[in-house]
Design a protein around this ligand. Structure first.
Ligand SMILES: [Zn+2]
Ligand SMILES: [Zn+2]
Length: 169
């Protein structure tokens, strides 16, 4: 059985601690953006046909700073929760409505595939406009130099600006 897929036939009733580990590819995530392995520490509770999964995902993401355009790596932690019931135990219409809410999943009594849920939980932790650091100075609007590297003598500025900029002082 692949990683991030629980074998329900081997899962005991009650609470179990489950560790899962996968390369990014195994979860359908692009490997350049997700270097290293993705790990999950999960508490899985099985009560007859109901499975409740809670835990934490840990990974490293490679992001591009929206300010200075350099790539940087950051660790990503995501809360992970999945509830699943066995398909066919309730009215079909209810099952479809619940599955659409992405709150409740359904399993077949044999396996519970958590890959898509794990992928989505991780992607939700990625900021829309990542910053390499909170006070990133960004790029010089004139020449594109990385201002995080300190003051630069801007080749695109006029002589007057250079004097006021202090680089000749
Ligand atoms: Zn930056
Ligand atoms: Zn410049």
């Amino acid at each position: 059985m692949s990683a991030f897929t629980l074998d329900l036939t081997a899962l005991p009733d009650g609470l179990s601690r489950v560790m899962e580990k996968s390369e990014a590819r195994g979860l359908g995530l692009p490997e350049p953006d997700w270097p290293g392995s993705i790990q999950a520490t999960l508490e899985v509770e099985k009560t007859v046909d109901r499975i409740s999964v809670r835990g934490m995902l840990e990974a490293r993401a490679r992001l591009e700073c929206g300010c200075c355009l350099t790539f940087f790596e950051r660790s990503v932690r995501a809360d992970f929760r999945v509830f699943a019931e066995r398909a066919g135990t309730g009215p079909r219409r209810d099952e479809e409505a619940l599955a659409r809410d992405a709150y409740m999943k359904f399993h077949d009594g044999r396996r519970l595939d958590l890959r898509e849920d794990a992928r989505e939980s991780l992607l939700l932790e990625i900021p829309i406009a990542p910053r390499c650091r909170e006070d990133c100075a960004g790029l010089c609007p004139k020449c594109g130099a990385d201002l995080n590297l300190g003051l630069h003598e801007c080749p695109a500025s006029t002589d007057e600006e250079r004097v006021h900029g202090g680089s000749q002082a």
